[in-house]
Design a protein around this ligand. Sequence first.
Ligand SMILES: [Zn+2]
Length: 862
Amino acid sequence: MDARYNPNEIEAKWQAVWAEQNADRTPDLADRSPEHKKFYALSMFPYPSGNLHMGHVRNYTITDAIARVRRMQGYQVLHPMGWDAFGLPAENAAIDRGVHPADWTERNIAQMKQQLARLGLSYDWEREVATCRPDYYRWTQWIFLQFFAAGLAYQKEATVNWDPIDQTVLANEQVDSEGKSWRSGALVEKRLLRQWFFKITDYAEQLLADLDKLTGWPDRVKTMQANWIGKSTGALLDFPIVGNATLADTKITVFTTRPDTVYGVTYLVLAPEHPLVAQVTTADRRSAVEAFVQEISAQSEIDRTAEDKPKRGIPTGGTALNPFTGEEIPIWIADYVLYEYGTGAVMGVPTHDQRDFQFAKGNGLPLKVVIVPEAGAPADAADLTAAYTETGVLVNSGQFDGIASTEAKAKITEFAEAQGWGQARVQYRLRDWLISRQRYWGAPIPIVHCPNCGAVPVPDDQLPVELPKNIEFSGRGPSPLAKLDEWVNVPCPTCGTPAKRETDTMDTFIDSSWYFLRYPDARNEAAAFDPAKTNAWAPIDQYVGGIEHAILHLLYSRFFTKVLRDRGLLNFDEPFSRLLTQGMVQAMAYKNPTTGKYIAPADVDFSDPSQPKDPATGDLLVSVYEKMSKSKYNGVDPEGVLAKYGADTSRMFVLFKAPPEKDLEWDDADVEGQFRFLNRVWRLVSTYLEAQAGKAIAPDPKAEKDLRRAIHIAIKEVSDDLADDYQLNTAISELMKLSNALNDYANKTSPIFAEGIETLIVLLAPFAPHITEELWQILGRSGSVHHAVWPTLDESALVADEVTIVIQIKGKTRGTIQAPASIDKATLEKLALESEVAQKYIADQTVQKIIVVPGKLVNFVV
Ligand SMILES: [Zn+2]
């Protein structure tokens, strides 16, 4: 064997062998008995940008290590990879550089596939999917039609970003932070267009309730999803408009989670976009109201609702009646009320809602206390310095006085229902999902619009509706598909009348909402998947991806799973049993605090290493760990690291440096450290082989037993670390300990030493697949180390002959002694008392009491 570890040579050799053997092919699994051990390991598939970055390396290495461990533990493993390949960058490349999106995308896929191969990832490439290929998007279209058939796909008007110079619709990503077009620089306008939606709101309650089933998900992600769905329980209450002859029977309906405070309502607020605004506004207020509405329409939702921003509003001059009190109250409009949420109107209760309190104080609106902390407490609004938002007892609330506010919610709602003024209501923040995109590079929506039949589905046997190839990308005018008359004009599939194809394509989040269902049956040409195969493999046992997908991708995938289950295609409720959100990969970035500019590390003036300076200005730079990015010049290119150290070291570094869910700080010294560790493993084997060639040394039974114990501690600890929570970093620490124990062990001819070497290689194999495969062959073992059986723990080997006992005097630790593990209490007390350390500290004092914790400590009270 070579004395030197040469990673690049070894890795190239094994990667070629594995590819040739198709070593990571998935076993067939068409059904699943309860005792069947299957494991579906999945990384979130990438957008094929053309360049692998360190975030990818980390994500895929984590999943690969898990998949490899499970294979060795006897599971049948599915570990596929694919490409989330539709989307805007390809279309922008077409506009900028004249390259067709399909060619650009396929070229990037080929490039990234090569980079992935260099990492030694155990993918079954026979199951590769690319969402932009017709053999995949045919089924995306078929699934759209499943939603359409279920009444879950519908059209309505919604706003788009309109570029008035290029006369085209822009994606949100094409509008800069100042609201200008990326291409023309024009100020972007809002326009209404008829667009397609998925009715995800029908599943809001299930999506919320089933979060409880996701015991293998981080709590943080579940909380984010719950907040996004945003369930609130309350009531709809009606306030009749008064003093306006044309609105005699018109009511303003508000949603409130606090019906118990309705006697404290002193005003109503409408969203500036509310259709009643123009009608309730009185003549003397009209010009002021119109100016305010105009001003607010230019602001974003985020600006309007920011917590720290003062709320702005003005009166309309209109009046409504609080039906509970019979009082007339003014109608205002304000920026913080959004038309898209709830009913677009809210009731103002300044005494019991902090936002209302500030708004009322700022605008001189009256305050009326209706809840006090306890019965008999004073209810003077003039004393309040903030809203009272706790529970309490009702006052100034007519027939409800004296009732606890918690009970009053239901009682007042029931009363309103009986009077015909309102009703109980559960409301969600979640909106229906706008899936239309006025772009080319997406799956065409398979609908034909017929003047007689309306929206007609393209029949299944005419799918896919393929993207036409001969197309012009200018970035101007209607979407590329809408410009292609010969593609747009088709006869109606139902009645044959001349009709037009839908020219919108689907949001790319649709492509990624079902790809994991395709992998178990990726080459199926007759169906999206065979339910028997997908039900056998899914749900995914371990899903790994970035926290940036915590809401939309995961929520949409859960929604798709539930809809397809209700269509009879799936037999499970949730797609991902366990979720791991890996942390970011960060590296040191250097920023000039005066100019705000980042300086590339190569340019930084390090003449005083403790005080990096800007070479241009001489300013001291701030150095901080930040997510790797081009704009901060702190990206580390995986190709460079792979070329220098090889894949195994790169893998070991990203797995060892931080727990998988935590951020990882790039450090060249630690990469070097992992390279040295693999070199030590290499030398251990070479030392072992040299010793084998020499004369056997007689075994030392005690030392052999200690080494065997170290081996089985490693088996136990590594197996535990890889059980469910995947503490990959501590697993590698255990392997380092074992390697040290083997290194320190003198008798390299011992059979126990041989067992140790073999165990180390097998346990290391999921992390560093190439070097371990090479060493396995060098040791003359047959087959692949990746098919080796995961070592079994021998519990008896963990039992120590001797234990270390802590000696304490009056509870203070003074030293330790060695004692036989099987020692009885009386003998231990005697041994401890006679020990040098006890004698020294007790001296001539009298021992009053001896406390023994068996196997751990002896404490002398003197
Ligand atoms: Zn028709």
